[in-house]
Write a protein that binds this ligand. Structure first.
Ligand SMILES: Cc1cc2nc3c(=O)[nH]c(=O)nc-3n(C[C@H](O)[C@H](O)[C@H](O)COP(=O)(O)OP(=O)(O)OC[C@H]3O[C@@H](n4cnc5c(N)ncnc54)[C@H](O)[C@@H]3O)c2cc1C
Length: 463
């Protein structure tokens, strides 16, 4: 293993970098050596760095880059299960699976995510309302715990608390080395997508509610920049895995084709954010006009439907040297009014969110820190600018009041006392941590910032 060199690490939002000693283990023995030898500032696994804030950073401590710990170990096509190393990216895994007519049951908005990172954040996709989150499809996982030993954990095994604490546990229970996942059979690598334009946010929300019962996949994008008649207009996308007979005849000979890995990239960080009200308005106009006026249905490659942003590498650089904050909230169904209220608060603040993604969640998992809850989820991409922290604190207050929460994988700024009220099972997570890591070997910037291991009492949480 590399001896470990001081390296500045940041998340996808490019905010708050911190320096850690980065080591690149290639096997369990090297991971155990690093964990047993962890100093006062502790140790943490890192995947592909696609969380937005600081969950994969550990200032002054050790960070284990798990991306060399990769590959498919076993694929049982008949049983539809795959055993995979935790550092494998979903992109690599999907290319193997699709080759034999299988796919992942849950896919986030980028394939540049490791299996370990997908477990640790319990990621969700456009089918959460029917399939739940990533953790629901993990049959077992091998976790290297603070004592340097490896435990095979199952949801119905002898220690379900540690299994579910690891799902959504942001790397704080140990290092996931390997997992076995249930996968799903598909007839093609395409999706049949229906696209509907709607004139305002209320219509967009009505359409998503209807699609809960009609569609396997559903998601909406809406415009929060345009004023007057264009305000809140949006495009609702829904779909299902394409069957062979739904492909254009010319494509039926190669139903599992996948595009080659991408090559376009944003080469440099511009001196100032290129994402602003002007470019945002143009982008929103283009996106809205691209969608046909009347509902249309067509066949699209799954990669383009699930991960449209993967076509451009390092697009986060467009936000300039100050970076971006993604604010993703979830609120229960009966608090649907929070969605337009948040959008109105952002508009009134003068801050710009170019990309607003709305979706409905189904039931969550038993994990104490997993994000999804039955209701609405809204994600906003906000360039970092003066006054943004104050705005996001105000949004937190609205989310808290509604019994909702923000997503740890996207967070870079929530105060600890807000977080404790958003995640009422945090004390259960802290107790699990004391049991499996009494000396506090696993640590992260996120855990220190949010007091995840020594929670602030929820009673004190309201701002
Ligand atoms: C463009 C974009 C779109 C996205 N869309 C979605 C979406 O639709 N749905 C969604 O849920 N998320 C989404 N995300 C967030 C992303 O899926 C999560 O942040 C995911 O955790 C990133 O995985 P990673 O491998 O990059 O992990 P990192 O960012 O490197 O790490 C994230 C966490 O995982 C832990 N971790 C990583 N590897 C291991 C391991 N082997 N063992 C234990 N812990 C580990 C780290 O300690 C850290 O706490 C999106 C992110 C981007 C940039």
């Amino acid at each position: 293993m590399s001896p470990g060199s001081p390296t500045a690490l940041h998340g996808w939002g490019r905010t708050s970098p911190s320096v850690a000693s980065v080591r690149t283990p290639t096997g369990a023995v090297e991971v155990a050596e690093a964990v047993r030898g962890a100093g006062d500032r502790g140790v943490l696994a890192r995947g592909l760095g696609r969380s937005y804030g600081d969950p994969a950073q550990n200032a002054g401590g050790t960070v284990l880059d798990m991306t060399r710990h990769r590959g498919v170990r076993r694929l049982d096509v008949d049983a539809a299960v795959v055993e995979v190393e935790a550092g494998t990216s979903l992109d690599e895994l999907l290319r193997v699976l699709l080759g034999v007519g299988l796919t992942l049951p849950v896919q986030p908005g980028t394939r540049q995510v490791s299996v370990g990172g997908a477990v640790a954040a319990d990621v969700h996709g456009k089918n959460h309302h029917v399939a739940g989150s990533f953790g629901a499809h993990v049959r077992w996982l091998d976790l290297l715990t603070a004592d340097g030993e490896v435990q095979r954990l199952r949801p119905d095994g002898p220690d379900p608390e540690l299994f579910w604490g690891t799902v959504g546990g942001m790397g704080l229970t140990g290092v996931v080395l390997r997992a076995e996942l249930s996968v799903r059979r598909v007839e093609t690598s395409s999706v049949v997508v229906t696209s509907e334009r709607h004139g305002d946010l209320g219509e967009v929300m009505d359409a998503l509610t209807r699609l809960d019962h009609e569609a396997e996949y559903s998601v909406a994008w809406f415009d929060s920049i345009s004023r007057g008649r264009g305000s809140g207009r949006g495009v609702v996308l829904s779909g299902h895995d394409a069957r062979l007979e739904e492909l254009p005849e010319a494509d039926r000979g190669a139903p599992y084709a996948v595009p080659p890995p991408r090559s376009v990239a944003v080469p440099l960080v511009p001196p100032a954010s290129l994402v602003n009200r002007l470019s945002g308005r143009a982008f929103n106009e283009l996106w809205f006009r691209r969608a046909p006026r009347h509902p249309t249905t067509g066949v699209e490659h799954a990669f383009g439907f699930f991960q449209p942003l993967d076509g451009v590498a390092s697009w986060n650089r467009l936000y300039g040297p100050r970076g971006l904050a993604q604010y993703q909230l979830a609120v229960p169904h009966d608090a649907a009014a929070v969605v337009p209220a948040v959008v109105a608060a952002v508009a009134a603040s003068g801050h710009v969110s170019c990309l607003n993604v709305l979706k409905r969640f189904g039931p969550g998992t038993p994990s104490p820190l997993s994000f999804p809850l039955p209701g609405w989820t809204l994600a906003l991409d906000l360039p970092v600018a003066a006054g943004l922290a104050g705005l996001l604190d105000r949004l937190d207050a609205m989310v808290l009041e509604a019994g909702g929460r923000v997503y740890l994988a996207k967070d870079s700024r929530t105060p600890a006392h807000h977080l404790a009220a958003m995640y009422p099972d945090l004390p259960r997570f802290a107790a699990l941590r004391r049991r499996v890591d009494p000396e506090g070997r696993f640590a992260s910037d996120l855990a220190r910032r949010l007091g995840l291991l020594t929670p602030t009492p929820a009673r004190e949480a309201y701002p």
